[in-house]
Design a binder for this molecule. Sequence first.
Ligand code: ZN
Length: 143
Amino acid sequence: MIPKDPSLYLMEADGSLSLRFLHCGQCAALTFPANSYGCAKCGAPQDSGEIVSRPATGTLLEYVTVHAPLVKGIEPPFVVGDVLLAPGVVEEVVLDVQDESSLAPGIDVEGRACPDPDGRHFECRFAPVAATRKGGTQKGDAA
Ligand SMILES: [Zn+2]
């Protein structure tokens, strides 16, 4: 499978996903997506920096369940969240979870390849990192 949007993410040899950032040549800040107009921090032009790949992992900051068909190809309800991908870089992503029960602010999430319906591409969807889940048996709901 090939990335649906190779300017945003790509698959490493081990199957993990990487995100493509612009690494500023002036202030060394990271900007996502890499194909933006330039450094989000200092405004240096894109061609003064370089594009770097970093593991598609981050920290989930907050999340919300969406009940309207706002994202093409995704049946509501689905969960979107703000993920801290790198210092100062927060992106809103679609989370690959059934509902919010496996989520909490501050947990680690990672990008995974989800097959696109076209059968040729994959999209990057974020989900909780399984290894960091501490065998928590959640009784009842957290509401
Ligand atoms: Zn900069």
